[in-house]
Design a protein around this ligand. Structure first.
Ligand code: SF4
Ligand code: SF4
Length: 313
């Protein structure tokens, strides 16, 4: 490969770095979570990722009701009601962090940090021996990393310059040209395909699936893909929906396997902490049985695509 120029000064917004992950690419991995997502899926387990700017999370268990956050918030995003409950108006919040700065009880935590590629590589270097011994590396997740294409691109290049394995977790809903320009620096692409029906996709995620399916075809034309399917009750939890995704994946011809990810409610508390509605509560719960998941595995494999479920290797 010709010499690659890397701009280590390019800045991006991240909200978490998670070490020692086993499920997001080969070996032991460090995941860098970038902020900003074009989708707002009802079941999203990282709602703090959706906005590009920082968001504040409120832990009611630690709050001493001193009301200092209400006093300093110029946006009136924090208000105490007559009965003493603290109400947070997510839509008003600009992410200034003024409230968290005055909270003496650590009840408020800002999620979002600006960092440049050089600073991030320094942090990731702590795990380089783990990468070497396990065959792991760095996974860039989100949000959707391609929403910060300039930053993600330089980050991937910098990781490759270190000799690390790279992976991306993406919704595939970004400008095609930007995605394609970054692919040469990514070893593993984990792409979400949630539904084949554009309208239903829009209803549950906020956007149509057309660009995502187009980008899936473009990506698969140059790189192998892992297709991730979150299996969501009342959305795609049916033989018909899973079969249609498997048929699409088969036609891509460059799909390593479909990875079925059973729905869980782990993110629900975060919605309370952010003052956001957890829309999954609008639906009456339907449990995902192991039998149903095994049935979906059979459907996927009958369509000629390998299948993996949840944490299995
Ligand atoms: S400043 Fe902190 S402890 Fe005081 S009311 Fe606000 S969240 Fe609660
Ligand atoms: S972060 Fe949001 S809630 Fe806190 S002071 Fe700023 S605008 Fe108000």
């Amino acid at each position: 490969m010709s010499t690659v120029t890397i701009d280590y000064q390019v800045e991006g917004d991240i909200f978490n770095i998670q070490r020692f992950s086993l499920n997001d690419g080969p070996g032991i991995r460090t995941i860098v979570f970038l902020k900003g997502c074009p989708l707002s899926c009802w079941w999203c387990s990282n709602p703090e990722s959706q906005r590009r700017r920082p968001v504040v999370m409120y832990n009611a268990d630690k709050c001493m009701h001193c009301r200092r956050c209400e006093e300093v918030c110029k946006q009136h995003a924090v208000r105490f009601l007559k009965d003493g409950t603290r109400k947070f108006f997510y839509e008003n919040c600009t992410g200034s962090g003024d409230c968290a700065a005055v909270c003496e009880y650590n009840a408020l935590e800002m999620k979002g940090q600006r960092i440049n590629v050089g600073e991030l590589i320094k942090i990731l270097k702590k795990d380089r021996s783990t990468f070497r011994h396990s065959g792991g590396g760095v996974t860039v997740s989100g949000g959707d990393p391609f929403m910060q294409a300039a930053f993600a691109g330089e980050l991937f290049k910098a990781c490759k310059a270190q000799g690390w394995n790279t992976a991306v977790e993406t919704e595939g809903c970004a400008e095609t040209e930007k995605i394609m320009s970054i692919l040469p620096y990514i070893d593993t692409i984990l792409l979400d395909i949630k539904h084949m029906d554009a309208e239903k996709h829009r209803q549950f995620t906020g956007v149509s699936n057309e660009l995502i399916l187009y980008n899936a075809q473009k990506m698969a034309s140059v790189s192998p893909l892992v297709i991730r399917v979150p299996v969501i009750p009342k959305f795609n939890h049916s033989e018909e929906e899973i079969r249609s995704i498997a048929k699409f994946a088969f036609l891509l011809k460059n799909v390593k396997y479909i990875h079925l990810l059973p729905y869980h409610e782990l993110g629900e508390r975060k919605y309370q902490m952010l003052g956001m509605e957890y829309k999954m509560n609008r639906l009456s719960a339907v449990s995902l049985s192991n039998e149903a998941l095994e049935c979906y595995r059979n459907i996927v494999e009958k369509e000629g695509v390998r299948c993996r479920i949840g944490d299995e290797s």
